[in-house]
Ligand binder design. Structure first.
Ligand code: TPP
Ligand code: MG
Length: 544
């Protein structure tokens, strides 16, 4: 039975029906009806307000990455939307299901360039370049369908963000609303011929490798089983870390996978673009490529694979495991060979990148197995992608190919808000932290017990080192004047301390992880650090 509701009420009721109970948001006149609707639904939905729209959108992103579930944020039009745009772009590049509710000027004047408050020319066009799916809610009767379609688009096929605009005068209009039930997720039928072809190739492979991207995060059990059957090393670099537990001898990071690449005869890419392999490491006809991807357009983008399996990785890999039985022989264990290679790499990293590795080891020693580590575009962060052991899916959050400085702290805040049951630690440089340092106020207002470590070298250190080494030491735009970070955090009421050594950092982290009602900032003063790039951008080892 349709019920009288405003557009805003219908939208909120639909979000709740789709399992969304938090709106990460910053209010303003265009969205007042929306916030009022959240107020009226406050037993089932909460508004977590940030201090800048990028904070709200990064929080929704962090919550989505940490839970694997859709999340929502809201902003006013124009500047509000643009302030959230880097986070939406990141959500797109990470295939993260974030729904942005964006205000609009009065419906009748959209597109007329009259100069209404926060008007942005072709706002819908701007939004369409940021997210996968977007629409405008035009009437109360429209709202529930718009939400259901957006949620469907965010989760079916390749996941990703969506946005719904709504005009200031439309949010408050009342109509007869019939709420739509969530739609069942659409899954393409598994292509049995492709499964057989993949099973045959993998079964016959002498040196198979599995490469995991973000699309493999929910298929950890299947990847683990397949890797054991094939004795295949599993590479997880950034988005794919934690799919196979780092303690498994077959789990490898970038430098070791590169070492193994030249001899690999079949690669199984799961939810990954395989960009480094195609563009840096090289491909040739001796290497068979099997791709599992939710997006039918992805596998052939760089080079047509030998076999493409389209759909959610989990059921596809399960089917592949079943089919493998007929094609795979029992293989001798590679555990001791891989352990030896791991130990050699580990020793090389510990020696070459000593400052980074020693602090990362300190964090790992204190962060519980299911604790979440959020990285940043910082020198410690780059090395963490190679050397920080990860034990579980969705516990290592690293921004996708945007690699956008300043994503970390606010994303960690969202992850911690959505996963109050585990500690979340954010690592940043002094440069990156200041992008969203204002959100310490949000952490205090909402009592979010995130721990942030700021590695302070007084510089955009990575940029500075490149200028030193490659531009004749012509230093420009890289030295920073910083606040006293401990006093800064203290002034918000957050717990704050300074740790000068890995041992001091461990002790500080122990204290921080016990604190469950307020955020902690730990400043670690550091000097210049050695370059990690030789372990990340590695030369071509096969193909023309
Ligand atoms: C949005 C964005 N702007 C600029 C950059 C370029 N960039 C990469 S690393 C870096 C410096 C980071 O400085 P800091 O956070 O202090 O870390 P450090 O390198 O000192 O360890 C910059 C400016 C970027 N990746 N993203
Ligand atoms: Mg720095």
């Amino acid at each position: 039975m349709p019920k009288p509701m405003t557009t805003a009420e219908a939208t909120v009721a639909s979000l709740i029906a789709h399992g969304i109970n938090t709106l990460y948001a910053l209010p303003g006149i265009q969205n007042d009806h929306l916030f009022d609707a959240v107020f009226k639904a406050s037993n089932r939905m909460q508004a977590i307000h940030s201090r800048h729209e990028q904070g709200a959108a990064y929080m929704a992103l962090g919550a989505a990455l940490a839970t694997g579930k859709p999340q929502a944020c809201a902003a006013v039009p124009g500047p509000g939307l643009l302030n959230s745009s880097a986070a939406l772009l990141t959500a797109y590049s990470m295939n993260a299901p974030v729904l942005a509710l964006i205000g609009q000027i009065p419906e009748a004047d959209i597109g007329r360039d009259l100069g209404h408050l926060h008007e942005l020319r072709d706002q819908a066009g701007v939004i369409a370049r940021l997210v996968d799916h977007s629409a405008r809610i035009r009437a109360p009767e429209d709202a529930s369908r718009c939400v259901a379609e957006a949620m469907d688009a965010m989760q079916s096929g390749r996941p990703g963000p969506a946005a719904l605009e709504c005009a200031i005068d439309v949010w408050g209009k009342t109509g007869a609303v019939a709420l739509q039930a969530p739609r069942p997720l659409r899954e393409p039928a598994i292509d049995e011929d492709a499964i057989r072809a993949a099973a045959k190739r993998l079964g016959a492979a002498s040196n198979p490798m599995i490469v995991c991207g973000g699309g493999a995060q929910d298929a950890a059990a299947e990847v683990t089983e397949l890797s054991a059957m094939l004795q295949a090393p599993v590479l997880g670099y950034r988005r794919g870390r934690g799919v196979l537990d780092s303690r498994d001898p077959l789990s490898v990071t970038l430098p070791l996978a590169h070492e193994l690449w030249a001899k690999t005869d079949v690669v199984l890419g799961v939810g990954t673009r395989l960009l480094a392999q195609h563009r840096q490491w090289g491909m040739d006809d001796e290497l068979a490529v099997i791709r599992v991807d939710a997006d039918p357009h992805e596998p052939a983008r760089l080079r047509k694979p030998d076999v493409a399996l389209i759909g959610d990785a989990k059921p596809i890999l399960r089917r592949l495991i079943d089919a493998m039985a007929a094609h795979n022989a029992k293989r001798p264990s590679r555990a001791s060979e891989m352990k030896e290679r791991q130990a050699a790499l580990r020793a090389q990293l510990a020696q070459t990148l000593a400052p980074q590795v020693s602090f990362l080891d300190a964090i790992r020693a204190e962060l519980p197995e299911d604790g979440i580590y959020v990285d940043e575009v910082t020198q410690i962060g780059f090395v963490g992608r190679l050397a920080f052991p990860v034990y579980k899916p969705r516990t290592f959050l690293s921004p996708g190919y945007q690699d956008n400085l300043g994503w970390g702290f606010a994303t960690a805040l969202g992850a911690q808000h959505a996963r109050a049951d585990v500690p979340v630690v954010s690592i940043s440089g002094d440069g990156g932290f200041m992008f969203t340092a204002n959100e310490l106020a949000t952490a205090m207002r909402h009592r979010i017990p995130v721990t942030t470590i700021v590695f302070n070298d007084g510089a955009f250190g990575n940029v500075r080192r490149i200028q030193e080494e490659q531009y004749g030491n012509r230093l420009i735009a890289c030295d920073l004047a910083n606040p006293d970070f401990v006093r800064f955090a203290d002034s918000f009421g957050a717990a704050a301390e300074r740790a000068k050594t890995p041992e001091e950092l461990r002790a500080a982290l122990r204290r921080a992880f016990k604190r469950r009602d307020a955020p902690t900032l730990i400043e670690v003063p550091v000097g210049p650090m050695p370059s990690p790039w030789q372990f990340i951008f590695m030369p071509k080892v096969r193909g023309a």
